[in-house]
Design a protein around this ligand. Structure first.
Ligand SMILES: [Fe+2]
Ligand SMILES: [Fe+2]
Length: 316
């Protein structure tokens, strides 16, 4: 069997209790090995085992590509439809995986406008899920980012930003689809080039640190070249490490120069870095951010973050 017989599929789209109607293959040393058979599903231990493989892609035979698309569609609809009685944890896992996959598609092909539309329309629906479904945010944050993935982190940042916007009373003023898109894309440069910086900043050597500080600017350049991204999405990418007191990077912007959507993404980013990369429990992450980031993010953001996490029962 040759490469041309197979279609790559994103592993994060394989989630949930719906049986697959196609075989899934792994590519090992140029060979395609059957990994999951038709009739299997991806939840619990099987999903953990799959995540443990740290693969971004698996493969289906070309003749099964339509069956895979059909599976993705059904899986997504089942996860969004609360009437079916699926547990919120399972629904969150499916939707997080699908949002992450849409983000990865776009980050790998940022000049493709239709992929941007997919992220925006998917982001709108995802944001409603975060807002309206009890336990959604908690379930989303409980999904371990076991491979320190910048795209999983991006989905978390989007989810947190959406919940924060609601807590701040800005849900009607800030387009939630753009907030999700900004969260999903903000660390695009890490996703594309290296995950080496997904570690505590204090562990970086000086040279690594100067490289690290360029990532918002490089992400921005990548998206600007396409010419169709919304201004506030670009701001989220460019400004997610800028601080209220002018101590951020890459441009050391001052408060009046900061975009409101970008600032929400920045607060969500500071919090999720502690969860995704420093492996802190939300309660510890909140404590740390309240001490270390005081003055860097707006006080009302930090207060809203605390209230919002409490309200969503995330601090227990
Ligand atoms: Fe970043
Ligand atoms: Fe980040």
């Amino acid at each position: 069997m040759q490469d041309s017989d197979f279609t790559p599929i994103r592993v994060t789209n394989l989630r949930g209790d719906l049986p697959i109607s196609f075989d899934v293959y792994m590519r090992v040393a140029g060979k395609y090995i059957l990994y999951c058979r038709q009739g299997d599903s991806f939840e619990g231990q099987r999903l953990e085992r799959l995540k443990g493989k740290k693969l971004r892609f698996m493969y289906v035979k070309n003749e099964s590509a339509n069956a895979f698309r059909d599976y993705m569609h059904k899986n997504l609809e089942a996860a969004y439809g609360s009437a079916e009685g699926k547990p919120i944890e399972l629904r969150a896992e499916i939707l997080q995986g699908a949002m992450q996959a849409a983000g990865e598609d776009l980050m790998e092909d940022p000049g493709n406008k239709s992929l941007y539309e997919v992220v925006k329309s998917g982001g709108q629906r995802f944001a409603q899920f975060v807002h309206q479904e009890e336990g959604a945010l908690k379930a989303l944050l409980q999904i371990p980012n076991s491979d320190l993935s910048p795209s999983h982190h991006g989905t978390n940042v989007g989810s947190l930003a959406v919940a924060l916007a609601k807590e701040l009373g800005l849900a009607d003023k800030i387009p939630l689809n753009l907030l999700m898109a900004g969260g999903v894309l903000h660390d695009m440069d890490h996703y594309l080039h290296s995950n080496v910086f997904a570690k505590p900043l204090q562990e970086l050597a000086p040279q690594e640190m100067s490289q690290y500080k360029l990532h918002p600017h490089r992400g921005l350049q990548n998206l600007e070249a396409a010419g169709f991204y919304d201004k506030s999405v670009l701001a989220a990418v460019a400004q997610h490490h800028e601080c209220l007191d002018g101590s951020g990077f890459p441009a050391r912007l001052k408060e009046k120069e900061l975009d409101p959507l970008g600032m929400i993404v920045a607060t969500a980013n500071s919090f999720d870095r502690l969860i995704s990369f420093e492996r802190l429990e939300p309660k510890e992450a909140l404590k740390k951010i309240l001490i270390e980031k005081l003055g860097q993010h707006p006080l009302e953001h930090l207060q809203a973050l605390q209230h919002m996490l409490k309200k969503h029962d995330i601090l227990t």
